[in-house]
Design a binder for this molecule. Structure first.
Ligand SMILES: [Zn+2]
Length: 320
């Protein structure tokens, strides 16, 4: 088998960083990372980054058959346009068509959580799982469902939006406009808010010191750090956040009966949160689900989205 059989380009457009690479067999080559350029010039900037990855990969332009793209937000139902991307700030932007024109390659796109889910199932921590769910916990909570190696997108292409499962109808407001969503209760900003409350109430000496008069200095990392050092208020904040994480993960497990739930992201990837998620499944799922569902951290890191995008591109070739 020639090394260049099935070579595809992949690009992962993040809120702040855009990564690109070429997938050849089980390898990513020519990785490139640049700051994401927001606004209408996005497609040209992405095309430029893909060309840089092609050049760095050592493969000839003619050896690349397709491009897969991971985008940081929901797509239109046909997955050709970016309907909305929070940080990049575009609506109804025909990204796939623009990239196809610029690069003369067929383009397949999906959102970042779906791409990362596909990557972790086909190349990472959930390799070989029949039913797997990725839960990404960072500044928000995203999800992706992979069944028999393929993304499950649902009837309206919205499946896997686990961050908006409501856990507390009277809870804090969520970015989606509802209240008490999993995301509003268990993502990074919720942990940071609990840390600030603990500091204000005088329950957290470490966080009061960290704040130094400015509550903004108390971010997710500061609360995790203070908890590691044994600070009482920070430990309470982590426990409250972890309990909600466990509830959300248990809801996902009860709905889908997965082989494995992959927990990743800035907060989800921490050992504390992995333990809370496992405890949630044990405490809230019915028997025997409570002991059957494995919960693990992702293993691909920043490469998860790239791999997912590459696999999308490979899949589109198979269909064609
Ligand atoms: Zn919500």
């Amino acid at each position: 088998v020639s090394a260049t059989v099935g070579a595809v380009a992949a690009v992962d457009i993040g809120g702040t960083t855009t990564r690109a690479a070429v997938a050849v067999g089980d390898e990513l080559r020519g990785r490139v990372a640049v700051p994401t350029r927001p606004g209408k010039g996005l497609a040209d900037a992405v095309a430029e980054t893909v060309r840089a990855a092609l050049a760095a990969s050592g493969l000839a332009r003619g050896e690349i058959d397709a491009l897969g793209v991971s985008v940081p937000g929901p797509l239109d139902a046909k997955r050709r346009s970016v309907a909305f991307t929070g940080n990049v700030g575009l609506r109804h932007y025909a990204l796939a068509e623009r990239l196809e024109t610029a690069l003369e390659l067929p383009v397949t796109m999906d959102d970042d959580a779906n791409c990362a889910a596909l990557g972790e199932v086909r190349r990472g921590a959930a390799m070989g799982a029949g039913v797997a769910v990725l839960v990404v916990v960072g500044t928000g909570i995203g999800g992706g469902i992979v069944i028999d190696g393929r993304l499950y997108r649902g009837a309206h292409a919205i499946a896997g939006e686990v961050g908006h499962i409501v856990l507390e109808p009277d809870g804090p407001p969520c970015s989606c406009g509802h209240r008490g969503c999993f995301e509003a209760l268990a993502a990074g900003p919720a942990l940071a808010a609990r840390g600030r409350t603990a500091a204000r109430d005088g329950r957290s000496p470490a966080l009061i010191e960290r704040a130094g008069g400015s509550m903004k200095a108390i971010d997710t990392a500061a609360v995790l750090e203070a908890a590691q050092a044994g600070d009482h208020g920070a430990l309470e904040a982590v426990a409250a956040t972890g309990r909600y994480l466990g509830l959300g993960v248990a809801a996902v497990a009860s709905m889908l009966d997965p082989d494995v739930i992959v927990l990743s992201g800035g907060l989800g990837g921490t050992p504390d949160m992995l333990e809370w998620a496992r405890r949630g499944v044990r405490d809230h799922c019915i028997s025997p689900l409570d002991s059957l569902v494995r919960v693990v951290n992702g293993s691909l890191g920043d490469d998860a989205g790239l791999w997912g995008a590459a696999l999308l591109a490979l899949g589109s070739k198979e269909v064609a």
